[in-house]
Write a protein that binds this ligand. Structure first.
Ligand SMILES: *[C@@H]1O[C@H](CO)[C@@H](O)[C@H](O)[C@H]1NC(C)=O
Ligand SMILES: *[C@@H]1O[C@H](CO)[C@@H](O)[C@H](O)[C@H]1NC(C)=O
Ligand SMILES: *[C@@H]1O[C@H](CO)[C@@H](O)[C@H](O)[C@H]1NC(C)=O
Length: 608
């Protein structure tokens, strides 16, 4: 009945110690389940011990084995291989846990949740939330993911502004049914919404570890959300017996889609949600780089959005890590460095939709509550679509091949109420998943920004400002970092051989490192290069390098210091700065909360 997970044996990650977190101790009182998802694979220490004994026995029996063997050639071959193998293993063991990673067979560091290790988590620093499903303490039988039948009809996700009345009525009905299902039913809207809370606020521990799991600001961001909405879409379809049902897509990256879609703003439909910012209802043009209300005209906002998209999808996303986010592996700690699109428009639009009357701009503005708003699914369909667009732009050459990413896995209930174990590698071909996106224009592709001030003039002005000591140097951050209570300009040295490095296809990256958001508030700052006049710049100016947009909440590990990485090779070319020894980098606070943001430094790095 219950399947033994073959990959579990490799999960030697996260040798967790007892948690010191009082919250976790409280949570463990109710935990009676002792069954884990990897039966037959005891804890690391025990495993090492057993393997040592087995190997000792093998070594002891070697002479006997050789006598039994008849052929000397075979014997020699056998001895050599076996000895190598044994020495190899013992070598690995003799050293610290650390060195185990050099042993291929034992090195896997994929991420996976322990479903029976669920606990309350923080939705906001001041709000404890209980998102664990009923009965989580007892293990539930699961099945491995299987692709839908290739013969089954395709689901085509269309831009929401193109769907017709019939479709709206159909989805409206399905969503009403879903909302009326009891909480016991994992297909119910409330349980579906809580999936986001569970995996995004650190409610689950990782397998074989006491470390909580959280998928944001890491390379799991795109695949995890793809899984979540894949199952949600199929459940919606099954509730009305329609196996062609596909999500509407909120295509906020094209002019036609840059307002909150009408169906979500119509009080008579089940897509309506009242915990939102009503000043952002149609016809207000969405601000993809939102931090506060602006007085841009709709056309100006639209143009700014397109230039911003160019930066996030094209010039700032030329390397895998810059778009996908950092490599998050078991036993290595939470990495905490999001990709371009996750920071914005993803985070910024979550915040833009959420209510201005709620402390954390709930519901969309916080991880624990975001998926309670039906617009979440249309927003994430677009995020999912843009992942495909980015892969296509790079002809799939930047796709991640690391087995730890490919083998990371999660669990979701499907439309038949079966618990399914699904790996990242299962969701990399959307045609196999039975869905596609209707072709959408990419008007931002040719919106390469231009400098706000001619680069030569800018350099003169910046040099004279520097002579008047108006800038801080990059070494000035001090041991505890600098608070971002006001705009901060630092001169950053580039590598001496940057010219040759560039020829090797390396991307130059500004790293704003050691970012700490005290009090874990919503915080946003923008980053500009060689900026002269703060009042005339926007993402439409080539000086714009990117943004830090921080949605807080997600437990202890989400409070780790964050690194912001911004690819700037193309930008430096356009600012005619490729030959310069240094550049001026300006961090421009956009929220009052930036006064409680500290930064340890700004550096330039090169990514292959
Ligand atoms: C999962 O968590 C339960 C309860 O804390 C624990 O007993 C079990 O060993 C864990 N299993 C794995 C694979 O980590
Ligand atoms: C909602 O329904 C009411 C009553 O049937 C109707 O008067 C109103 O125009 C509808 N609103 C929209 C936005 O369709
Ligand atoms: C940057 O380079 C200049 C000139 O080579 C040097 O004087 C300065 O100390 C360097 N600054 C930093 C922060 O490394």
């Amino acid at each position: 009945m219950r399947k033994v997970d073959q990959s579990c044996g490799k999960g030697l990650s996260g040798l967790g110690r007892a948690s010191k977190d009082p919250l976790r101790r409280e949570a463990s009182v109710g935990e009676t389940g002792t069954e884990d998802l990897c039966p037959g694979f005891p804890a690391m220490e025990k495993k090492k011990w057993i393997l040592t004994v087995v190997l000792a026995l093998i070594v002891a029996m070697l002479p006997l084995t050789f006598r039994i063997l008849e052929s000397h050639q075979v014997q020699r071959l056998y001895t050599g291989e076996l000895t190598d193998m044994i020495l190899g293993k013992l070598g690995g063991w003799a050293s610290s846990n650390h060195d185990l990673s050099t042993d291929k067979a034992l090195a896997s560091k994929f991420i996976a949740p322990n479903l029976t290790a669920c606990h309350p988590s923080y939705g906001r620093p001041d709000l404890l939330v209980h998102c664990c499903p009923p009965g989580f303490e007892s293990p539930v039988p699961f099945v491995d993911f299987q692709f839908p039948d290739p013969q089954s009809p395709k689901r085509v996700r269309r831009p929401v502004q193109l769907v017709d009345e019939n479709y709206i009525a159909k989805y409206n009905k399905a969503l009403s049914i879903m909302k009326s299902l009891p909480y016991d039913d994992p297909r119910s809207f409330a349980r579906q919404a809580n999936l986001h809370c569970l995996f995004c606020t650190g409610a689950y521990d990782q397998q074989n570890s006491n470390t909580p799991l959280s998928i944001h600001r890491t390379w799991l961001f795109f695949p995890w959300h793809r899984m979540m909405i894949y199952f949600h879409e199929r459940i919606i379809g099954s509730l009305i017996g329609d196996d062609t049902f596909a999500f509407p897509v909120w295509t906020w990256d094209i002019p036609e889609g840059m307002v909150m879609p009408d169906i979500y703003a119509n009080m008579n439909l089940s897509f309506f949600h009242k915990v939102r910012d009503f000043s952002h209802f149609p016809p207000r043009v969405a601000d993809l780089n939102y931090f506060e209300e602006t007085n841009l005209s709709p056309q100006e906002q639209l143009d700014t959005n397109l230039a911003f998209m160019y930066n996030q999808m094209v010039s700032g996303a030329k390397k895998t890590e810059l778009f996908m986010g950092c490599t998050y592996k078991a036993n290595e700690g939470y990495c905490n460095s999001p990709g371009t699109v996750e920071s914005a428009p993803h985070n910024t639009l979550h915040t833009w939709v959420g209510s201005n009357l709620e402390p954390g701009r709930e519901d969309m503005g916080k991880f624990y509550s975001a998926a309670r708003d039906p617009i979440f699914y249309a927003h994430h369909s677009n995020i999912d679509r843009l992942w495909e667009v980015w892969r296509e732009i790079h002809k799939h050459e930047l796709d991640i091949k690391d087995p730890d990413w490919l083998n990371s896995f999660f669990f979701f209930y499907d439309e038949n109420l079966k618990l399914v174990k699904i790996k990242v590698r299962d969701v990399l071909d959307i045609s196999k998943l039975g869905y596609s996106y209707e072709e959408v224009d990419r008007p931002w592709l040719n919106k390469r920004p231009t400098p706000s001030v001619p680069p030569k003039v800018a350099r003169q002005i910046l040099k004279s400002k520097e002579n008047e000591n108006q800038f801080r140097l990059s070494s000035d951050f001090g041991p505890h970092g600098r608070a971002l209570d006001a705009s901060l300009t630092v001169k950053v040295n580039r590598s001496k051989n940057h010219l040759t490095k560039r020829e090797k296809g390396e991307e130059e990256v500004i790293v704003v490192h050691g970012i700490e958001v005290k009090g874990d508030a919503y915080a946003k700052f923008d980053v500009y290069v060689n900026m002269v006049d703060q009042t005339i710049i926007s993402p439409k100016s080539r000086e714009f390098a990117g943004t830090f947009a921080h949605i807080p909440g997600g437990g202890e590990m989400m409070k780790r210091k964050i690194d912001l990485k911004l690819g700037v090779s193309e930008l430096l070319e356009d600012l005619e700065a490729m030959e310069d020894e240094s550049i001026w980098v300006t961090l421009l606070p956009r929220t009052a909360s930036c006064s409680s943001v500290t930064i340890e430094g700004v550096q330039i790095k090169y990514i292959k």
